[in-house]
Design a protein around this ligand. Structure first.
Ligand code: 3HC
Ligand code: NAI
Length: 694
């Protein structure tokens, strides 16, 4: 606290984001208490050092015993102050930070500032009065929007909502002092004193709101509690509303989803920590990008770079394929424009950054070239040999291959240190995940450049090692095996899908197989040889392909589909086929319980994940969780497969794997050595990550 005339300036300085840790809470509480009886003080200003206003409670303190004072007490003290308090906001006032700001009596902010209540994304709700104060300032609809979306709200909206009193362009402290200088004891405006008119906000209103968010929030615990809090702000007096908020906050905080989502928050911030890469590691400039292939992936990949303002040249073999690829890109942009998320000028600007070519010469000045041609090593060889000829010295050469060996691909060039995998997910312009596949010879600055680039193109870039399918697709294979085995052993395809949908996956594995095309797995298996996969799991699927049913694209697969519909319908013909195939394979079908379906699917994922980790193909268990939640629709509220293993207990997972191995044989069920090690040491995957981080 520092006096500026008769204004007390309270400065918070807790880098990097001024989280409301114990020291900040106690500092605020002590100083607010002190200035109440300090005759020198007429008004107080709360302002933050560094890059942001308080960005929320300290998430690292969650789950630990609370050190008093708690944030709800601190904000109540601020609101109760007998001297006016002004919040001066820059950067992001989020969560508890915004709760502090709205317990102040006035708010002034830089025009670049943002406010928000993102707690819902962490599986909780604003627990320091935010759900009671924001509706009083911003109204019920705006508060529901802010609290349920967790989005960052800019100053234009925040002013219109009545949350911010004055917006300034710069010199925040001076402006705040000038503003505070105009205030007197009469200017104490306590948000809690504002009466909320019940108005139209009756049960029917909230029922309508619940319906509007049902799809988006399916499976999540916190959103419903957030709505209940806002409902309480309308139906209860301020004090009772705060008590209701506290009860519901504790309910959320003790739900496993809160731990899972908070795990995801930190996991995402870990991915760019790569052993051997520091701030000093040189990065290569990426000003121009080349893409080879304008098919399903190439077009989407190109869009990422155009969206980031990077000039991009797409190469195809023939003009027709090039035209087709670029027209798909344009159509995608125009669809976004129709939804109001891009202007016509932005569409043209992005298309203007994309050029098509049939000539490799046009790639000679590219800093990065990403190959996305057919998944055939012979073709990749031709492309990389050519790239080695034309690409400038120092250019990064990347492959989008799903399964092929990056080291083999690198060996087609005389510069393997510049080669790596950049594995995008389909649709590449939408899916957030990017696997960055580090080859044996990939140079550390090439890797560092791509890790930074992932952020620039708004992807979550996870570094993987070279193995079949890298992290994500490698784990997918045993998951599909178990789902398909469950079917041949007795469950119906729809029962398998339902179990995994109920778990929170966006689609069941059978519906996914139909969507991706059953012929893809079929061809893959033919090239693998029968000794290399579980034939019992897939022979029945291959019979379906033999019938010409390749999935959604042929109107039938594991399921039947009505003309033009994507809704899977159980098909008696397939039920019959499965029974026949089971008989042929000598499998006597039985009741496969939902629990067994879920357990086998999840254990298969976890066991493969642990092998990947143990082999050093992923740096952290939490990286695997990021891969699964961002690339494969694994429900974030379960924290990814490795966090789920921790939730089940690694010792229990190990016991179950041993039991499956003893029952079904070691071929697929031998526990990963890392699981055995952790289980015997009483450790979790989180412990493993913590230990490795040191
Ligand atoms: N608690 C603890 N650490 C936090 C934190 C928080 N609330 N917010 C950010 N951090 C840490 C990050 O883990 C990261 O640490 P690291 O450098 O060791 O990895 C560091 O601060 C910087 O964070 P980012 O890399 O995310 O920095 P950016 O500049 O990209 O983003 C941000 C800044 C927008 C503030 C972003 O960090 C963010 O969204 N933070 C979380 C905000 C939030 O969820 N607040 C609500 C908390 S819950 C709450 O307030 C409950 C209350 O209602 C009672
Ligand atoms: P695609 O068949 O849709 O497109 C490939 C394109 O490459 C075609 O337009 C073709 O004309 C062009 N092409 C072929 N040979 C070429 C050559 N020598 N020079 C220039 N262009 C050439 O294939 P898709 O699906 O885009 O896959 C491309 C790569 O991405 C593959 O390695 C695939 O494994 C990988 N991938 C695919 C995903 C998907 O879901 N489709 C997901 C992630 C990776």
């Amino acid at each position: 606290m520092e006096m500026k005339g008769d204004i007390a300036v309270l400065r918070v300085n807790n880098p990097p984001v001024n989280a409301l840790s114990y020291s900040v809470r106690s500092g605020l509480a002590e100083n607010i208490a002190a200035l109440q009886d300090d005759d020198r003080v007429k008004v107080a200003v709360v302002i933050c050092e560094g890059r942001t206003f308080m960005a929320g409670a300290d998430i690292k303190e969650f789950g630990k015993p609370l050190q008093e004072p708690g944030l709800p007490d601190v904000v109540d003290m601020i609101e109760a102050s007998n001297k006016p308090v002004v919040a001066a906001i820059h950067g992001t006032a989020l969560g508890g930070g915004l709760e502090v700001a709205i317990s102040c009596h006035h708010r002034i902010a830089l025009s670049s500032a943002k406010i928000g209540l993102p707690e819902v994304k962490l599986g909780i709700l604003p627990g320091a009065g935010g759900t009671q104060r924001l509706p009083r300032l911003a109204g019920v609809e705006n508060s529901l929007d802010a609290i349920l979306s967790g989005r960052h709200v800019g100053m234009k909206e925040a002013s219109a909502w009545g949350v911010v009193d004055k917006v300034v362009e710069d010199d925040l402290l001076d402006a705040a002092l000038a503003y505070a200088g105009t205030l007197s004891a009469d200017d104490i405006r306590r948000t809690g004193d504002i009466k909320l008119d019940k108005g139209k906000y009756d049960d029917a209103f909230f029922a309508g709101f619940r319906k509007s968010i049902a799809r988006k929030t399916k499976g999540y615990f916190a959103p419903e509690r957030c709505v209940q809090c806002v409902e309480a702000s309308v139906n209860l007096d301020f004090k009772a509303g705060l008590m209701r908020e506290r009860e519901l906050f504790i309910e959320c905080q003790s739900n496993p989803q809160a731990r899972a989502l908070q795990h995801m928050f930190f996991a995402e911030r870990q991915i760019s920590r790569i052993p051997g890469i520091t701030k000093e590691t040189p990065r290569l400039p990426i000003k121009k990008v080349g893409i080879i292939g304008a098919g399903t992936m190439g077009g989407g990949i190109a869009m990422n770079f155009a969206n980031a303002g990077i000039e991009t040249t797409v190469l195809e073999l023939e003009q027709a394929a090039l035209d087709r690829g670029l027209s798909v890109v344009r159509r995608n942009y125009e669809n976004t424009m129709k939804k109001g998320r891009l202007t016509e000028a932005q569409v043209e600007e992005r298309m203007g950054l994309l050029t098509g070519t049939l000539s490799y010469d046009d790639l000679s000045d590219c800093d990065l070239i990403i190959e996305a041609v057919f998944e055939k090593m012979e073709i990749k060889k031709i492309v990389f040999e050519k790239l080695d000829e034309v690409a400038k010295e120092g250019a990064i050469l990347a492959s989008n291959t799903s399964y092929l060996d990056i080291d083999d691909i690198a060996s087609f060039t005389k510069r393997p240190e510049y080669v790596l995998g950049l594995h995008f997910f389909s649709p590449a312009n939408v899916m957030r995940l990017l696997e960055i596949v580090r080859g044996a010879k990939t140079d550390v600055s090439v890797l560092a450049t791509c890790v930074d680039l992932a952020k620039k193109i708004r992807k979550v870039g996870v570094v993987a090692g070279v193995c079949h399918g890298f992290i994500g697709n490698r784990m997918l294979s045993p998951y599909f095996r178990e789902a398909s085995l469950a079917v041949i052993e007795g469950a119906s395809p729809e029962a398998v899908d339902k179990v995994l949908l109920d778990f929170g996956m966006p689609m069941g594995p059978m519906a996914v197989s139909d969507m991706a095309g059953l012929d893809i797995g079929y061809m893959n298996r033919q090239s693998m040889g029968r000794e290399n996969y579980e034939t019992a799991a897939f022979d029945w699927m291959d019979r379906i392909v033999d019938m010409g049913r390749k999935g959604l694209k042929t109107g039938a697969g594991v399921y039947a589909y009505d003309e033009g519909s994507r809704v899977p319908k159980p098909d008696p013909e397939i039920t019959q086929l499965i029974a026949e195939e089971a008989e042929k394979a000598g499998i006597s079908r039985r009741d496969v319980s939902d629990d067994e379906i879920l357990e086998r699917s999840m254990l298969a994922l976890i066991n493969e994940g642990a092998k990947i980790l143990g082999e050093g193909m992923a740096y952290r268990a939490s990286d695997i969780d990021i891969v699964y939640c961002n690339g494969y629709g694994y429900p974030p509220y379960r924290g990814g497969p490795m966090h789920y293993a921790d939730y089940l207990g690694v010792d229990k997972v190990y016991e179950k794997l041993c039991a499956l191995r003893d029952e079904k044989g070691p071929r697929w069920w031998e526990p990963a050595p890392l699981i055995e090690k952790l289980a015997k040491a009483g450790k979790s995957f989180a412990d493993y990550d913590r230990q490795n981080a040191q």
